[in-house]
Design a binder for this molecule. Structure first.
Ligand code: COA
Length: 77
């Protein structure tokens, strides 16, 4: 979760089943995008999984969400 004071401005749902990670529902408030918040949430989630020994993670992106697909492609996914 990303906080600006007491305001929640970003979130992501991240879990694991012991072998693989699952990263879903990454979202940042529209007026605060393109400031690195989404990238930071994704990086912290993946780092937390790595600390648990999980090196492979699935992400869920809707087929028609071109912006989100580009976000992940730009990060090597
Ligand atoms: C996808 C989403 C989470 C990205 O969040 P974000 O906070 O805008 O992500 P970031 O700021 O880390 O990165 C977005 C862009 O801003 C750029 N950026 C980051 N910090 C920056 C800064 N300080 N100045 C200028 N640009 C910056 C990044 O380079 C990135 O561009 P790129 O993708 O071309 O590399 C956000 O667009 C969103 O909530 N979308 C709607 C929900 C959604 O579709 N979620 C995806 C589900 S998979």
């Amino acid at each position: 979760m990303a906080l600006l004071g007491s305001r929640i401005v970003g979130c992501v749902m991240c879990g694991q089943d012991g072998r693989r990670g699952y990263l879903q529902h990454l979202a940042v408030e529209a007026d605060l995008r393109s400031r690195g918040i989404g990238g930071a949430l994704a990086e912290r989630s993946l780092a937390a999984l790595e600390r648990l020994g999980i090196e492979k993670t699935h992400i869920d992106v809707l087929a028609d969400n071109i912006e989100a697909q580009q976000f992940w492609v730009n990060r090597g996914w």
